[in-house]
Design a protein around this ligand. Structure first.
Ligand SMILES: CC(C)(COP(=O)(O)OP(=O)(O)OC[C@H]1O[C@@H](n2cnc3c(N)ncnc32)[C@H](O)[C@@H]1OP(=O)(O)O)[C@@H](O)C(=O)NCCC(=O)NCCS
Length: 185
């Protein structure tokens, strides 16, 4: 993650394809980000408009790869439907931060856990990461449970750490290290 990616990467799991976002995802991204829980717990704009999804695809996700930050649309292979997004963002030498959301209708089926495990495997095995950070605003219990299931250790609370639309939140900080959770060291 210290260097630009030579090219965006597509990842596969049992049920999912994780692929770089394209203009064809704009409608589904716009629909998904109307969800109050995504707006409550992430930095997506609120209200969320079609132009915000276009900005995400063209100005954040696409150039991000060249700057060492990977972003994927997560698609369920049997239906071809968008079920979430994943991101792995460069934070320092050998260190990146994972971020994710799931569409409201796709939650509770283990799809995000499956995607998180694959993103972490890729980050350690193929990008040589040492540590993956996880942060969530204090109180985001579903994200906390997911991170723990994926093998992250929650290290504590960082006070007034993360800005969301002009407001600073306390966050839980956690990490997964290379070699943990059955991943290659
Ligand atoms: C946090 C969030 C991404 C979790 O997504 P999800 O798709 O529901 O997560 P999963 O389905 O992988 O896991 C959730 C539950 O499904 C259960 N589950 C059901 N079937 C499963 C299966 N086959 N395999 C594994 N887990 C399964 C898990 O045990 C888990 O249960 P729990 O919440 O009671 O612990 C989702 O709630 C979300 O998008 N929230 C709003 C945005 C957000 O908070 N993003 C994170 C910011 S830090």
């Amino acid at each position: 993650m210290n260097e630009p990616f030579p090219a965006p990467v597509t990842l596969e799991t049992d049920r999912l394809t994780l692929r770089p976002p394209t203009a064809e995802d704009v409608d589904a991204l716009t629909a998904a980000c109307q969800d109050p829980e995504i707006q409550r717990w992430t930095v997506v704009p609120s209200p969320y408009r079609r132009a915000d999804a276009e900005f995400f695809v063209e100005k954040l996700a696409a150039p991000g790869w060249a700057q060492g930050s990977a972003t994927w649309c997560v698609v369920e292979r049997t239906t071809g439907e968008l079920v979430g997004t994943q991101a792995l963002s460069h934070r320092g030498p050998g260190r990146a931060e994972i971020g994710y959301w799931a569409t409201a209708g796709a939650r509770g089926r283990g799809l995000t856990l499956e995607a998180v495990r694959e993103v972490c495997r890729w980050g350690f095995a193929e990008r040589g990461l040492r540590r993956i950070d996880w942060t969530a605003y204090v109180g985001n219990e579903p994200s906390h449970r997911l991170a723990v299931k994926a093998g992250f250790t929650v290290e504590g609370v960082l006070r007034s750490w993360a800005e969301q639309r002009g407001v600073f939140h306390d966050v839980w900080m956690g990490s997964l290290l290379a070699g943990e959770a059955g991943l290659p060291g």
